[in-house]
Design a protein around this ligand. Sequence first.
Ligand SMILES: Nc1ncnc2c1ncn2[C@@H]1O[C@H](COP(=O)(O)OS(=O)(=O)O)[C@@H](OP(=O)(O)O)[C@H]1O
Ligand SMILES: Nc1ncnc2c1ncn2[C@@H]1O[C@H](COP(=O)(O)OP(=O)(O)O)[C@@H](O)[C@H]1O
Length: 207
Amino acid sequence: MSNIVWHQHAIDQAARGAQKGQNPVLLWFTGLSGSGKSTLAGALERALFEYGFHTYLLDGDNVRHGLCKDLGFSLEDRDENLRRVGEVAKLMVDSGLVVLSAFISPTREERDRVRALFPQGQFVEVHVSTPLSVCESRDTKGLYAKARKGEISNFTGISSPYEVPESAELTIDTSKGDLDTQVNGLLAYLKAIEVLNPPREIAGAGI
Ligand SMILES: Nc1ncnc2c1ncn2[C@@H]1O[C@H](COP(=O)(O)OS(=O)(=O)O)[C@@H](OP(=O)(O)O)[C@H]1O
Ligand SMILES: Nc1ncnc2c1ncn2[C@@H]1O[C@H](COP(=O)(O)OP(=O)(O)O)[C@@H](O)[C@H]1O
């Protein structure tokens, strides 16, 4: 590693962001399986996309079909999954994008390791805090039932830990309120941290 020197290219993150009229940022959704990470991140990306933002959504289920298909759900494999995703997200932010990610990311250490890759304010942790009892009653994929029967090992919330974030920028419990209101809350936060650069009104967008 000591023989490798970082090459500073002429076009940097600020230039790529400015070309897109936005300040790049990573919105990191964390929460139990079934808490609503993919739904929230997907709805927010759709809204941002329609308003002209340049976005990309990294989703646990999808990334595990390719980049991380060699990894399982031991704590070591989850660490490696999130290390790779953090580095990919960093490259995407560097390319000027508004990046959204939806991973359980169960430990504080894993999330803080990704946070440490970014300058202050560019990593926004969104805790999808829907209670385990609600996630389990939804059980859209039937995984909780399998985990309770012992057919899946290391299942988050059942047989593997989830450490609740202590300093998330935003917390959303999807068992309360409706999706539109939750997405509008996220858009308002992005407006407040000036992701739209230069700041401008978009007719009807509410941000
Ligand atoms: N053992 C176990 N524990 C938790 N989740 C499991 C497990 N096995 C499979 N799945 C499915 O994998 C999805 C979570 O993948 P992630 O990459 O987000 O997990 S992690 O961040 O590395 O912990 C998760 O997707 P979501 O329900 O969207 O969270 C599950 O569908
Ligand atoms: N904001 C929401 N409001 C109400 N129900 C939701 C919301 N988000 C998700 N759900 C419900 O929870 C289920 C699981 O959501 P999903 O986004 O797949 O969770 P995750 O990605 O965290 O596993 C959805 O199929 C839907 O029924």
